[in-house]
Design a protein around this ligand. Structure first.
Ligand code: PLP
Length: 375
């Protein structure tokens, strides 16, 4: 049996090697490594797929968040609402720009920001909400967008883990994650659902002026070469990465299906388990299962992961420390007990291997090994 990995990029590459190699070789032959034609082509194709007006590629998903917040002209001291249980990127960018992160607890079952707790923390300094569509499922966008309108805020969706997931509003309208707020951001980090062979990212928007501004900021604040209109950064998607992402975008739906099949098998195996809670699927969102994350109760998580590791099965904890308790953010005035759900989750969650290349034998071994831990 093939070695089980959290994500098997090697096997995935082998299946599409010819197409990927040809696409990358073409870039090498053209030597248009920066801003080659494939960057624009990829942005156009992703834009069509996501059914949004503008896709602006950049260097990585963290830059995408930074460029988005710079484009929205937030000023030092402005407050931005973020979930307490998430990847650090959005919080880091907020702090780097001199903004103030205001944390909100998450839903214990979907792991998404708890929209019912947003309004109480809105102040006259609040400028934005950053829902992070964690693990591949959309946050409660209907409630979040209602709050945004009522308080005239901005919404920046962090769709780094959720590209391709679809949200359905109560009126029946549907939209891809990352296309519902003013700006959506994503990452093409290799292990992401749409990953390249290095770093990459993008911003999405339906607003022409914001699109122009983000394009400008990502190229040193210049509109025309050597004419700088605003403070900017240097953040580009390499042509080689764009070329291979064009190939992988064509497989994205198929990859989502494969991930969902693994998730369904786990659901079926553990749905009535006394010590394992399977991830809740929100009825308003499809799930692209960037991670399959369960909660353990009455179980020593370390012993559980050691047991699986002894059978060659990796697991990961996303995330072991909620953001408000991270050492780097201790000066923001939050303490243990502030966000009980996030804190509890950080002790209970564990993510199982899920990727596009899992075979039935591997899946069976993982499920049997988990069951054997409880015997
Ligand atoms: C991966 C990730 C990012 C950052 O993406 P990079 O490309 O690594 O900078 C941001 N937010 C979330 C939720 C992520 O998972």
């Amino acid at each position: 049996m093939k070695k089980i990995q959290m994500v098997d990029l090697r096997s995935q590459y082998e299946k599409i090697k010819e197409e990927v190699d040809a696409a990358m070789q073409e870039v090498i032959d053209q030597t248009a490594f920066i801003n080659g034609p494939q960057v624009r082509l990829f942005a156009d194709e992703l834009k069509q797929y996501l059914n949004c007006k503008y896709v602006i590629p950049c260097g990585n998903g963290t830059d995408a968040l930074q460029i988005a917040m710079m484009a929205l002209d937030f000023k030092p001291g402005d407050e931005v609402i973020v979930p307490a249980f998430t990847y650090i990127a959005a919080v880091e960018v907020i702090a780097l720009l001199g903004l103030k992160p205001v944390f909100v607890d998450v839903d214990p079952d979907t792991f998404q920001i708890d929209a019912s707790q947003i309004e109480p923390v809105i102040s006259d300094k609040t400028v934005a909400i950053v829902p992070v569509h964690l693990f591949g499922q959309c946050s409660d966008m209907e409630s979040i967008l209602k709050i945004e309108k009522k308080h005239t805020l901005k919404v920046i969706e962090d769709a780094a883990q959720s590209i391709g997931s679809v949200y359905t509003f109560s009126d029946g309208n549907q939209a891809f994650s990352g296309t519902m707020g003013e700006i959506g951001t994503t990452s093409f980090f290799p292990s992401k659902n749409l990953g390249c062979f290095g770093d990459g990212g993008a911003m999405f928007t339906n607003d022409h002026d914001l699109a122009e501004k983000m394009r400008m900021i990502s190229t040193h604040g210049q509109k025309k070469k050597y004419h700088h209109h605003s403070l900017g950064v240097n953040s580009r998607l390499d042509t080689i990465q764009a070329a291979m992402l064009r190939v992988k975008l064509r497989y994205l739906e198929q990859y989502q299906k494969a991930r969902n099949e693994v998730a369904s098998a786990y659901d079926l195996a553990f749905e009535n388990h006394p010590h394992i809670s399977i991830p809740k699927r929100d009825s308003n969102s499809t799930h692209v299962f960037h991670q399959y994350t369960v909660k353990l109760n009455g179980v020593n998580r370390e012993n559980f992961s050691k047991h699986l590791a002894s059978f060659g099965i990796p697991t990961m904890v996303y995330y072991p420390v909620p953001v408000h308790l991270q050492v780097a953010y201790q000066n923001h005035g939050f303490q243990e007990g502030d966000f009980p759900v996030a804190e509890k989750l950080s002790h209970e969650v564990i993510s199982l291997p899920i990727h596009t290349e899992m075979d039935p034998g591997q899946l069976e071994l993982i499920i049997n090994t988990i069951n054997s831990f409880f015997q």
